[in-house]
Design a protein. Sequence first.
Length: 191
Amino acid sequence: MRVLGISGSPRCEGNTEILVKLALDVLAKEGMETDFLSLAEHPIHQHIAGDGSAKSAETEGSRDDSVLKDIVERFKQADGILIGSPVYFGSATPQTMALLNHVGYLSRRTDKFLRRKVGAAIAVGRRAGQNFTIAQLNYWFLLSEMIVPGSTYWNVGIGLNKGDVKNDEEGLQTIRDLAANMAWVMKKLGA
């Protein structure tokens, strides 16, 4: 089984990436194959067609074509999707939502390739906004007909500067528990 972990932060090696990679490490120890994607290294922009729907990577004419096609294929190959985002003005980053809007529309308009995959969200903030960000990401999972496992608390980390989240022991343990629960659910569904 394969899990795609995505850091929606525009900052490489920041707090969001630290937590996503922590979860992927736990998932790997649980026997999952893991794949990491940083949106800092692969910026995604919102693509809107004239009818208000996101254009598909197959019909898009921009420089993002090959990047989007590769990312969509990674979503399709994954059995689980783990998405982390820092909190920006009380919500997920614009690049996180641009990617999810694109993939979500494409899934709905084609073969619903997200359906019944396992999805988990992680949010990182300096002080507040993490719960709304998790809810925003969970709504996307639920509207995509995905299965969402829980943890021992909200899947959040506290930190402002790079590495601060390493001092949030409760947050770190919550993410470890989330990853273990995600692996458990995936194994049960795969049985």
